[in-house]
Design a protein around this ligand. Structure first.
Ligand code: FES
Length: 143
């Protein structure tokens, strides 16, 4: 069995924020192509701050541990801060885990990006399927 850092094992054994938020402002749903597991991450914002963050997954312990850590750390942050925190957690975690589990650890951070994208798209009334590229084009036109 691969050796995992203690903080990951603790979050796997006692995960925080498992479940679903009713009427979330953003939802990110991603799948791990290598195993077929699914991750759903829900966020609710109050203004620009994340007031709630929860997740549901069929994923393995690695996916559960990262989701637990991420949802704990982003509560109370702005959505911009949450994306940065997510990148930092990703770097920290991925440097300490077996490379064959990287896709599992990335599920939570990828789901967060999609949840944030949904919030940003709703705010500027862009249909979500147009995504970030359309958002960037609109911001360039404004500037
Ligand atoms: S094995 Fe499927 S998420 Fe890890």
């Amino acid at each position: 069995m691969a050796k995992y850092p203690k903080f990951l094992i603790e979050h796997f054994q006692n995960p925080k924020n498992v479940g679903e938020i009713s009427n979330p402002d953003g939802v990110g749903i991603v799948g791990n192509a290598s195993c077929g597991d699914i991750m759903q991450l829900f966020i609710k914002v109050n203004g620009n701050r994340i007031s709630e963050a929860m997740f549901k997954t069929f994923g393995c312990g690695a996916a559960i541990a990262t989701s637990s850590i991420l949802t704990e750390k982003i509560k109370g942050c702005t959505i911009e801060e949450a994306v940065k925190i997510s990148e930092r957690i990703s770097e920290e975690v991925l440097s300490q885990v077996p490379k064959e589990k990287i896709a599992c650890f990335n599920l939570a951070t990828d789901a967060l990006k999609l949840a944030v994208e949904e919030i940003r798209c709703k705010r500027v009334e862009i249909p979500q399927r147009e995504g970030f590229d359309s958002l960037k084009k609109r911001e360039r036109k404004k500037g």
